[in-house]
Design a protein around this ligand. Structure first.
Ligand SMILES: NC(=O)c1ccc[n+]([C@@H]2O[C@H](COP(=O)([O-])OP(=O)(O)OC[C@H]3O[C@@H](n4cnc5c(N)ncnc54)[C@H](OP(=O)(O)O)[C@@H]3O)[C@@H](O)[C@H]2O)c1
Length: 344
C-alpha cells in the first residue's frame, strides 16, 4: 500500500467566490492554490484528469438555509470526475489505478474511498473516462431508473424526451427504444435534431428553437404521448401536457429552463389540469433513491453500449483555466451529450 503523493505539493483549485442570484456565471468562481495533504487511512490521492458537469451544479451553489450539503463559499466547487490514483491508504487501490469519484474542481483530490455521494470506483478494463462519466456515470444511471422505473415504458408506447440531445435525455430515449417504443426527442437546433434521428436512433426530433412544439407533438403523436421524460420544464412541459394520452406517465427528471431564474420565480405548468382530465401520473425522482440497484444499471448499460444499442456522445473541452466556462455550456445549449473538461 503506497502512501506517498510523491513530489506533488501544490494543488490548483476553483473555489465558489459568490452565489449567483439569477444566472450562474464564470465570475462566481475564483482560482486558488493550496497545499496537497497526504491521504489518511481509507483515503486515496488522485490526479484529476476529467471533470464532469451537471445542471444540478446550479442548485449546489445555492444558499440552502439549514442544509449544510451545498458548496460552501470559498470551498472547492463540487463535481464528479475521473483521474489516476497517485497515493493510497486503502487496500483496494494502488497508484496507477484509473478511478471515478467526487473529486471537485481541482488538479488533485484527497478523498475517502467510501465517497461523499458516490464511492471511488475503479474503471474496468476497456472503459474510457468518457464512458465512465457519461453512460455509466450519474446521467446514464439517471436515465436508466427514470425511464424504466418511473416512466415504465411498454412496447408500442409513444415516448417523448425533452433535453433529448443531452447526456441524460439521449440515453433515456435510447432505453425507451430498447423497450420497443417509438421515441421522439425535443432539442435545440437542427444539428442536435439530426444527431438524434441519425446516431442516436430516435424516430423523430422537434427543434424547440424553430418549431411550434405543441403542434409538432400533435402531428407526431396522433394517439397521444404515453411517456413524457422531462429534463426542461416550463413551456416544453406545457406543450407535452397538451398532448398526453390517457394513463400517461410524466417523468420529472429536471427542469433546466428554470434553474437560472431567481428563487420563487419557477415557471408553470399552467395546464397541469390535463393530468386530471386525462388521468395520468406526474412523478419526480432523485437518482439517490435507486443507489441499492446501481450495480444492475451499470451491467445493463455497459452491455447495451458494447453491443451498439446505446450510442453516447461526450463533449470534451480542454484546460484547467476553462473549467468554469465549460459549465456555462450546459445552460446555453452548446453541449452535445455529456459535458466534460479534460484537465490532465
Ligand atoms: N432527478 C435526478 O436525480 C437527476 C440527475 C441528473 C440530472 N438530472 C436532470 O436531468 C436534466 C439533464 O441533465 P444533463 O446533465 O443530462 O444535462 P444535458 O442535458 O447534457 O445539458 C443540458 C441541456 O439542457 C438544454 N437547455 C439548457 N437551457 C435550456 C432552456 N432554457 N430550455 C430548454 N432547454 C435548455 C440544452 O440543450 P438544448 O440545446 O436542447 O437547449 C443543454 O444542452 C437536468 O434537468 C438535470 O437537472 C436529474
Amino acid at each position: 500500500m503506497s502512501v506517498e503523493a510523491g513530489a506533488v505539493t501544490q494543488n490548483r483549485q476553483w473555489l465558489l467566490a459568490s452565489r449567483p442570484e439569477t444566472a450562474i456565471s464564470e465570475a462566481n468562481f475564483v482560482q486558488a492554490t493550496a497545499e496537497l495533504a497526504e491521504p489518511k487511512h481509507g483515503q486515496v490521492a488522485v490526479r484529476v484528469t476529467h471533470i464532469a458537469y451537471e445542471p444540478a451544479m446550479r442548485g449546489w451553489v445555492r444558499e440552502v438555509p439549514g442544509q449544510g450539503s451545498n458548496v460552501k463559499l470559498n470551498g472547492v466547487m463540487r463535481s464528479q470526475g475521473a483521474g489516476e490514483v497517485i497515493a493510497s491508504r486503502h487496500p483496494d487501490f494502488q497508484p496507477g489505478d484509473r478511478v471515478t469519484g467526487f473529486f471537485g474542481w481541482q488538479q488533485y483530490a484527497v478523498v475517502d474511498v467510501a465517497g461523499e455521494l458516490l464511492p471511488v470506483k475503479k474503471l474496468p478494463t476497456g472503459v474510457t473516462e468518457e464512458m465512465a462519466l457519461s453512460v455509466l456515470g450519474i446521467t446514464g444511471l439517471t436515465a436508466y431508473f427514470g425511464m424504466l422505473d418511473v416512466g415504465r415504458p411498454r412496447a408500442g408506447d409513444t415516448v417523448v424526451v425533452s433535453g433529448a440531445a443531452g447526456a441524460t435525455g439521449s440515453i433515456a430515449g435510447q432505453i425507451a427504444r430498447i423497450s420497443g417504443c417509438r421515441v421522439i426527442g425535443i432539442a435545440g437546433g437542427a444539428d442536435k435534431c439530426r444527431w438524434l434521428t441519425g446516431d442516436a436512433g430516435f424516430d423523430a426530433a422537434v427543434d424547440y428553437k424553430t418549431d411550434d412544439v405543441s403542434a409538432q407533438l400533435k402531428r407526431l403523436c396522433p394517439t397521444g404521448i404515453n411517456v413524457f421524460y422531462d429534463n426542461v420544464g416550463g413551456a416544453i412541459l406545457e406543450a407535452a401536457l397538451d398532448n398526453i394520452a390517457l394513463g400517461s406517465r410524466i417523468v420529472i427528471c429536471g427542469g433546466i429552463s428554470g434553474y437560472n431564474v431567481a428563487d420563487g420565480e419557477w415557471p408553470g405548468p399552467r395546464n397541469y389540469m390535463r393530468i386530471v382530465n386525462n388521468p395520468s401520473t406526474m412523478s419526480g425522482f432523485l437518482l439517490g433513491q435507486f443507489s441499492a440497484r446501481f450495480g444492475e444499471a451499470w451491467t445493463r448499460l455497459a452491455d447495451w453500449t458494447r453491443d451498439g444499442r446505446i450510442r453516447f456522445a461526450a463533449d470534451v473541452q480542454e484546460g484547467f483555466d476553462n473549467v468554469p466556462a465549460t459549465l456555462m455550456r450546459l445552460f446555453n445549449g452548446q453541449n452535445l451529450g455529456k459535458q466534460l473538461c479534460r484537465i490532465g
